[in-house]
Design a protein around this ligand. Structure first.
Ligand code: ZN
Ligand code: ZN
Length: 125
């Protein structure tokens, strides 16, 4: 798929760099910084609009580059798979940003976290 992102700042096209996260993460961000004004941008992989980090009298927050809306975030819980017969493990938490104008609110329940180095079937074998 050809990259059709042409998010610009100061008449320059931003170069987004993929941030490697955990396998279970629902939100995989790409970040960019404008070389002219030093503004930070962040976006979900595949999104054509980004979140722009702005600072004003209310402090730091993100704005949508598409519509200027204030970016909201939800706290998403990822329940871990049962790793022993002791019961359910803890939850990992993840903050998922979204534009309330351009994007639909992410579902509260995230992907389950798969145990590392262990297939699901081995739990039932
Ligand atoms: Zn700029
Ligand atoms: Zn928006």
């Amino acid at each position: 798929m050809a990259g059709n992102e042409n998010i610009e700042c100061c008449d320059r096209r931003l170069e987004f760099i993929l941030q490697k996260g955990e396998d279970w993460q629902g939100y995989v961000p790409e970040t960019a910084t404008c070389g002219v004004c030093d503004t930070s941008f962040e976006k979900m992989v595949g999104n054509e609009h980004a979140y722009k980090l702005v600072e004003d009298e209310n402090g730091l927050h993100y704005e949508c580059t598409e519509c200027g809306e204030l970016i909201m975030a939800i706290d998403m819980a990822h329940s871990k798979w049962i790793t022993s017969f002791g019961g359910l493990g803890n939850c990992e938490r993840e903050t998922i940003p979204y534009c309330p104008n351009c994007e639909t609110k992410p579902e509260y329940n995230g992907n389950p976290i798969m145990p590392k180095n262990k297939s699901v079937m081995s739990l039932f074998g």
